[in-house]
Ligand binder design. Sequence first.
Ligand code: AGP
Length: 610
Amino acid sequence: MCGIIGYTGQKCAIPILLEGLATLEYRGYDSAGIAVQKNGLQTVKAKGRLALLEEKLSACAYLADATCGIGHTRWATHGEPSDVNSHPHGTERLALVHNGIIENYMEIAAFLAEQGYTFLSQTDTEIAAKLIDYHYVKTGNPQKAIFSALEMLRGAYAFGICFADYPNRIYAVRRDNPLIVAVTEDGGLIASDVPAVLAHTNTYWRPEEKILTVIDGAEITFYNSTGEMVTQASETVDWNVQQARKGGFPHFMLKEIHEQPAAVSHTVSAYLRDGLPYFNLEALDSEFLKKFNAIHVVACGTAMHAGLIGKNIIERICRVPVHVEIASEFRYRDPILDKNDLVILLSQSGETADTLAALRHAKEKGVYTLAIVNVIGSTVAREADSVLYTLAGPEIAVASTKAYSVQCALLYLLALRLALVHKKISAKEARQICQKLLSAVPKAIEQALALKNEISAYAKTLVDAEHLFYIGRGIDCDLCTEASLKLKEISYIHSEAYAAGELKHGTISLVVENTPIIALCTVSSLAEKMLSGIREVASRGAKLLVVTSKAVADAYDFPADIHIVLPEIDELFAPFPACCVMQLLAYYVSAQKGLDVDKPRNLAKSVTVE
Ligand code: AGP
């Protein structure tokens, strides 16, 4: 997620902008920039850390007394990290910073090109800035220009804008993305998030969508799109900066679990055109996709577990064989690769050494490589033949949660694209599935989040456990692998994911009185078989939690100590709410044990060693 900041008032703006950006660093970024009002708009930008921007600014002493400006830390979504792609973007008439994604930026770019505009960067933001500029040239009025542009823009945004003709003013407006505005006795501020204003005040506004904020010195005014002045409710918090960075959540992991609905809808919507999967990669055109004999999904840890979900869905819908490989084993077992195979590398960080090594091995063998990565411009993304980015935003907690969900969502879309190409489903069916991915899935995750009290209560019963099992069949078994890893890595309880039907072939000897067992059963066609597996462990005294769908819960009476019934959703999408429940369970066990949830012992967020 990008970070925006703005200040106008009696004080020197640059130190305030830099300090504000520093408090937003936790949002993750790869470049930064500011624009200040000094004989017109002066912009300074730098790829890399804030220190590099500060270094550039130290050579711009003539800007030191500027008292109005905007700043930005960029988490790249369109265009590699670079000076030219850094914000602010604009013209000699205005400068703009943006957090969010403009979906119809290509359409707008074509319109602006017809009006004679050209573009320096690869960003959607520059296009938004020049659209406002276009309307400003036409109307001469900043407010009219902004609202006219918003009529044409589709997507999520929080904009901070300065106009050279109004050297003491900052304009700000948002849709689907956070925006904080505040005033103090000496001036006014805008920011992406509360931490950036806490050094100045703990009272602020979160303007409603498409309400334009105009700050002029310590004056703040709100306008609706008809130009009427409106009022907005202010908020006051007693957070410190660290609490504010977590959005009031006690840990980044819990915040990121709650960000999943938005992360999934952002990622899915970025890859839909006319309601169908659209990857805008000539490499993934129909002819190319038709020729694959097999797909190899190669990854580590949670990413590999997302690959298991992808395997299940792609094979179920497309009937194309998918092999899921642990990256650290891949090249050492001299995998059988065919020129007509596709190797997909899944990675949140895009820097995992094992995954990178597997990528290089596949390329040496002349096999086409597609990376699905969350960090723009990361090494895996750059070295693969093609890349599809997930749009989860930065994932700070070591335990991966929202990255897993968006990887799964993207694999569902890939499965649909393959199925259309192989004529396994109709466009109508594919559109229906895409629409559910876009709306029903985020809603079901929201509903799963609402089960947190039930989950937290059950978590208490596991705090002293030393060993436990997650069991399931089919896609539930794949989900158990991720559920088990989540619990192990943050609560330090030994757990094992086991195919429910396999327990009786040996491992059930470990099940004794009060062994905690979590049984996942969302697949109605497998419920009968799951019931017998659950009865087997229940008869040996296991302490059972059954996580199931309403349809299955209505049809079967599981001998469990506790049931968690998932939100109603088409069974095809059950992994999304089910995984959210498992993530919350792991989170609450760890938090109730008083462990360092966000930074578990022995672990790193990105494992850059083999
Ligand atoms: C997941 O919670 C772990 N942090 C770990 O398994 C992680 O998924 C794995 O190291 C892969 O990381 P990547 O997705 O950045 O490649």
